[in-house]
Write a protein that binds this ligand. Structure first.
Ligand code: BEZ
Length: 390
């Protein structure tokens, strides 16, 4: 009798153990983050700012995210799509990173997304706006802390139409970022009755703008819309002014045209209007604290790239907090980010089902070497995520 009762008690205890929710253990050891960024070439300053921002957030958390100490491995991707697959494979297969963070150039980012998709490695994109990354290539393990190329272009298309412009020429580098930025601009501008009369382009990272500037002068549009960034943006703004176009044909851009570039552009950038998800004069407690901490750590003023790097680290922190430091628990990682509100220096943003930020786009004007906020050009703008099936 006694033996039977003992057996029943044991069986009940065993059943309780089997049905109880399993408490997941905290992952331990260092978490390897593979930074794949441009440290040379026209986008070198952008890569450095992203790394600075990322490291600043990790340092603010005592060097740990999700309870794990962060270790960095770095690769210079040179903004070269031809080397991208080899570079990302070095991080994934040779260095065995837990997380990939990169990059700036859309063409390189698409190669990273392909490898991330194939290998299931977690990928956080801290700049490159390639629409495909959160479009046809979207995946549960791929996230972006920045923007899609379509977004700032769309915001500026609405602004240009509201200003009464009817005929616009676009000029950009011929690769995904330029093409998609122009497409975003066109979507909004032509919906509002405007017309893009000419689409000019040159290969990335070419900066021989003269022939195209002559063509703009001959076409005499109401305005020009452009996507350039980094060193190329510096030269374009200076050449546009030197060609005598600035005083006659308003120049509008996705905000990369004047972000992180104003020291070098000087007075040639004064008065330019751009749209972006960050500005220098937000003057919110969150942004002021970030700007102060960044300036103290690096003796530099932050820009949009620094913010995107900082927020990529914040996003990694949110995901790892939900998975006790395990980057491999992808469904829980994604669920945590999909319901998160990221407290960014740019302002709060959420993450769409396709894993791209849903955020405000500011209209900014250059003055006194700052991108000053003029207003909000597009509120809580979501990328259309064309082709994303998840
Ligand atoms: C891009 O290639 O997606 C990109 C590069 C620099 C600034 C913004 C976008």
């Amino acid at each position: 009798m006694k033996t039977l009762r003992t057996a029943a008690l044991l069986a009940a205890a065993l059943a309780a153990t089997l049905t109880a929710p399993v408490a997941q253990a905290q992952a331990t050891g260092k978490l390897k983050v593979g930074l794949m960024l441009p440290y040379t070439g026209t986008y070198a300053a952008l890569g450095a700012a992203i790394e600075n921002g990322f490291r600043l957030y990790v340092d603010e958390q005592g060097g740990k995210l999700g309870g794990r100490e962060i270790e960095f491995v770095k690769v210079d991707d040179e903004s070269d799509p031809a080397k991208a697959t080899d570079n990302v494979n070095k991080l994934v297969k040779r260095d065995n990173v837990d997380v990939l963070v990169g990059t700036v150039h859309s063409g390189v980012a698409m190669a990273m997304a392909k490898v991330a998709k194939e290998t299931g490695t977690l990928l956080l994109v801290p700049n490159a706006g390639a629409d495909a990354v959160t479009g046809p290539m979207c995946a549960p393990n791929i996230f972006r802390s920045s923007f899609s190329n379509w977004q700032p272009g769309y915001a500026m298309g609405e602004v240009a139409a509201k200003k009464g412009h009817k005929k616009v020429v676009t000029i950009t580098w011929k690769y995904a970022a330029g093409d998609e930025s122009v497409r975003g601009f066109k979507d909004a501008f032509e919906k509002a009755g405007g017309q893009v009369v000419k689409e000019l382009s040159l290969p990335f990272p070419n900066v021989e703008f003269q022939a195209l500037l002559t063509e703009i002068a001959a076409t005499k549009p109401d305005a020009v819309y452009t996507f350039f960034a980094g060193g190329g943006a510096v030269k374009f703004v200076k050449d546009y002014a030197a060609a005598g176009l600035k005083k006659n044909i308003p120049l509008y851009g996705a905000g990369f045209l004047t972000d992180g570039t104003l020291e070098a552009q000087g007075a040639d950038a004064d008065g330019l209007l751009t749209t972006l998800h960050y500005a220098d004069s937000l003057n919110t407690p969150r942004d002021n604290a970030f700007r102060l901490a960044y300036a103290k750590a690096y003796k530099l003023q932050p820009d949009v790239y620094a913010v995107q790097g900082y927020d990529a680290a914040q996003m990694l922190g949110v995901g790892l907090a939900a998975t006790k430091g395990d980057a491999g628990r992808k469904a829980e990682f994604a669920a945590a980010l999909e319901k998160a509100k990221i407290d960014s220096p740019r302002g709060m943003f959420s993450i769409s089902k396709a894993h791209n930020p849903v955020q405000d786009f500011y209209l900014r004007q250059v003055g006194s070497k700052e991108n000053k906020v003029v207003g909000v050009a597009a509120k809580a703008l979501a990328d259309p995520a064309r082709g994303c099936r998840m």
